[in-house]
Design a protein around this ligand. Structure first.
Ligand SMILES: CC(C)(COP(=O)(O)OP(=O)(O)OC[C@H]1O[C@@H](n2cnc3c(N)ncnc32)[C@H](O)[C@@H]1OP(=O)(O)O)[C@@H](O)C(=O)NCCC(=O)NCCS
Length: 332
């Protein structure tokens, strides 16, 4: 993006969908050997929402996207880009974005997925910004959407306590006044850390089989302690990079919206950035880790509650499997 004067694109409007069904820590106590106290102390999560049958990502995504369109006054026909970040698509082919395009009726969009695990929303925003800057599109919906309950092993207490379902969305379009908009983006990955958070089977290398079902290798597996360590490191890097690229210091940031993975990771990130917790948005207690949906869900809550209003400078930071990490600074 060098040579282009920022901001040339803005985020406008937000939306979210949270399934009604709740899975509380008390519910999990009945399924695996754990306690509400352990989960709260180690993660900050009290409950998460789980999609019911029929609550597909396409259906949930449609509702979140319609909220974005209503907030911005953009018609569905005017949407010419639809970028979906997800690690738990409704089906493997076609892309989740194409299935959402059909449900939404976004007939004029180029629809495709980005795959960067929990960092997918940040990656999607950066791709959408590039589409705007390059003149490829004018109105790009960026969606983070997960139904992680379908790839979570409820026999594994190390992971099943963490994840929840939900969708968040925003629109990326040309900056309306040349002041509000995306001030910086930063994307990074390290594939050498891929085996810290992965799903072994179900892909082309290990297609579905009886062995897969028996070994439950279709489900997500994670080396929790190692992920934690790298998460703290990469979130710190992502904060530093986004701020440097925006030419800002953390005291010029009104709100930090971190990926909601673990309250201790969030607190470590805030400490590194020098942001007091009253300038950090936390909703992990209600939703757990919704992967690519966590940042846009939080953003929508902030915008709708007035916590983020016109002119507010917001730093969004994420990390996830891959390993991937990334960040963006936005003037709302
Ligand atoms: C998963 C996580 C909460 C585990 O917390 P931790 O403090 O690292 O705990 P450990 O894995 O070291 O396990 C400590 C003990 O608790 C036990 N334990 C694990 N899950 C438990 C649970 N749900 N309830 C009770 N005990 C549990 C372990 O078996 C271990 O017991 P041991 O000491 O007898 O072996 C934490 O590592 C974490 O949040 N990591 C990051 C995960 C993440 O963010 N993933 C998403 C990336 S986008």
């Amino acid at each position: 993006m060098t040579g282009l004067k920022r901001p040339f694109a803005e985020m406008a409007g937000t939306g979210r969908y949270i399934p009604a069904k709740v899975l509380s820590n008390a519910d999990l106590e009945k399924i695996v050997d754990t306690t509400d106290q352990w989960i709260m102390e180690r993660t900050g999560i009290r409950e998460r929402h789980i999609a019911s049958e029929g609550e597909t990502i396409a259906c949930m995504g449609e509702i979140a996207c319609r909220q974005v369109l209503e907030a911005t006054g953009v018609s569905v026909e005017e949407v010419d880009g639809l970028v979906v970040g997800t690690a738990s698509p409704d089906r493997l082919l076609p892309s989740q974005a194409c299935d959402l395009q059909k449900t939404l009726g976004a007939v004029n969009a180029a629809a495709f997925d980005v795959s960067a695990a929990c960092t997918s929303f940040v990656y999607g925003v950066s791709v959408a910004e590039g589409m705007i800057a390059g003149g490829t599109a004018k109105n790009v919906l960026v969606v983070g959407a997960e139904r992680l309950s379908t790839i979570t092993d409820y026999n594994d207490r190390g992971t099943c306590i963490l994840f929840g379902d939900g969708v968040g969305a925003t629109l990326v379009r040309a900056s309306s006044d040349g002041k509000r908009g995306i001030l910086s983006t930063y994307l990074k990955s390290d594939g050498r850390l891929g085996d810290l958070l992965y799903r072994q089977s179900g892909g082309a290398n290990e297609p579905p089989s009886e062995k897969m079902a028996k070994e439950r290798s279709y489900f997500l597996r994670m080396a929790g302690r190692e992920v934690f360590k790298h998460a703290v490191r990469s979130m710190a890097d992502a904060c530093d990079q986004a701020l440097t690229r925006a030419g800002l210091t953390s005291d010029q940031v009104d709100l930090l919206i971190p990926h909601q993975a673990n309250i201790r990771i969030i607190e470590a990130t805030a400490k590194h950035a020098g942001m007091p917790m009253d300038r950090v948005y936390v909703n992990i207690e209600k939703y757990g880790n919704t992967s690519s949906a966590s940042i846009p869900i939080a953003l929508d809550e902030c915008v709708r509650s007035g916590r983020v209003g016109p002119g507010a400078v917001v730093l969004m930071v994420g990390f996830g499997g891959g390993f991937t990490w990334g960040s963006t600074v936005v003037r709302w």
